[in-house]
Design a protein around this ligand. Structure first.
Ligand SMILES: *Cc1c(COP(=O)(O)O)cnc(C)c1O
Length: 370
């Protein structure tokens, strides 16, 4: 196949087996499909070690749909939400809160600074009206990893609720619901599970979901209603993304066969190390320090050389078979390269070669940002 390699954080490059899983048609009422949904949901809870306390509610749509549904269903309309903010996906949470009319308090950090658990604790102590914290785990805008375990501990010690956007970390970075007090964990089919995009899911504490009846602002986004209906019938409310679920089933089987979260993290860490060392050898600089970099997506400073333009660079790398990602920062000129998907370190090595030859073709001689 001549598909380009997607070095983006979803959609990403999937395995042949995952693509082949989409060659069948499934009836949404049929027992076979209901069993598929149930088995996927059960595995999704297990991956976060939540089967004693949490349930999984799947939702049609991209990851943002699930974030919006979780906030709309789980945060009371009178709730007040603290958002530790260090990037574009944190900003998206703030926008969702605005649309839903939930009061937001932003706790700003630099784009290259992880959220500080002590400052989160201070903000909660200062404002007893804050009922919830919405924390982005890996902020995909830069690739920074926020210290989830310590944040979960602080939020719980203040008696508040924690909702986590774990979209780009779930299944790769350790998350353990037995030791981390988290009310809801949000992720999607098309990220580190290496499925195809089209299904989000929320792994939520059963008790919290049970008390969330009638709260959602929207029928389609009502996770409580989706869960009740699914428990009663085994079916999704409204047309399910059948092929996405079938592909996810096969993607999870491969995830387990590979060795689960630990093996996935090991592979992504190798991908990331190969990418970063290769790019540094060329003279590139990463935006983040290594200590806070998650092995999911890496932000690089653009070369300062006047012969560089991202559009031209992108097209040339694309012709060599790799799809890069533009930067998401407003203050500095950057681009991003993903480390996730059904790819290994060899692929990242080839990508670095494609980056180098593309820039040489353009006449770029200095790859450093200054
Ligand atoms: C991918 C992602 C989302 C969801 O984005 P969609 O474009 O709706 O799939 C949300 N949060 C983070 C951190 C993500 O990486």
């Amino acid at each position: 196949m001549n598909d380009p390699i997607l070095l983006t954080p979803g959609p990403l490059t999937t395995s042949t087996a995952t693509k082949e899983a989409m060659l069948s048609d499934w009836g949404s009422w049929d027992t076979a499909f209901n069993q598929l949904t149930a088995s996927v949901c059960s595995d999704l809870v297990d991956i976060a070690h939540g089967s004693d306390s949490h349930v999984c509610v799947p939702l049609q749509g991209s990851g943002t749909f699930a974030v919006e549904a979780a906030i709309g269903t789980l945060v009371p309309r009178s709730g007040k939400v603290l958002v530790p903010h260090n990037g574009a996906y944190c900003e998206r949470v703030v926008r969702i809160l605005g649309y839903l009319g939930r009061e937001a308090v932003v706790l700003p950090f630099g784009d290259d600074q992880p959220a500080d658990p002590a400052l989160i604790g201070q903000a909660l102590a200062d404002d007893p009206a804050i009922s919830h914290v919405v924390q982005v785990h890996c902020e995909t805008g830069t690739g920074i990893l926020n210290p989830l375990s310590r944040i979960a501990g602080i939020v719980a010690s203040h008696g508040r609720h924690l909702i986590v956007d774990a979209m780009s970390s779930y299944a790769a970075i350790p998350i353990d619901l037995r030791s981390m007090p988290i009310d809801a964990l949000i992720a999607a089919s098309g990220k580190c599970l290496e499925g195809v995009p089209g299904m989000g899911f929320v792994i939520t504490r059963r008790k919290v979901l049970e008390s969330a009846s009638g709260r959602a602002h929207s029928l389609a986004m009502d996770l409580h209603d989706q869960w009740i209906y699914m428990q009663k019938t085994g079916q999704w409310r409204f047309t399910p993304p059948t092929h996405v679920v079938a592909a996810l089933r096969v993607a999870i089987d491969q995830f387990k066969a590979e060795g689960g979260q630990v093996a996935r993290l090991t592979r992504y860490a190798e991908n990331c190390a190969t990418l970063v060392s290769g790019m540094r050898r060329l003279g590139f600089k990463t935006f983040l320090d290594d200590e806070v970099q998650a092995p999911i997506i890496v932000t690089f400073h653009s070369p300062a050389d006047p012969a560089y333009s991202f559009a031209d660079f992108y097209q040339r790398v694309r012709q060599k078979g790799f799809i890069l990602y533009p930067g998401k920062l407003t203050q500095v000129d950057t681009f991003r390269v993903g480390c996730i998907g059904a790819i290994g370190a060899d692929t990242l090595r080839l990508a670095v070669t494609a980056v180098e030859s593309s820039l040489r073709e353009m006449g770029v001689t200095r790859f450093a940002p200054d």
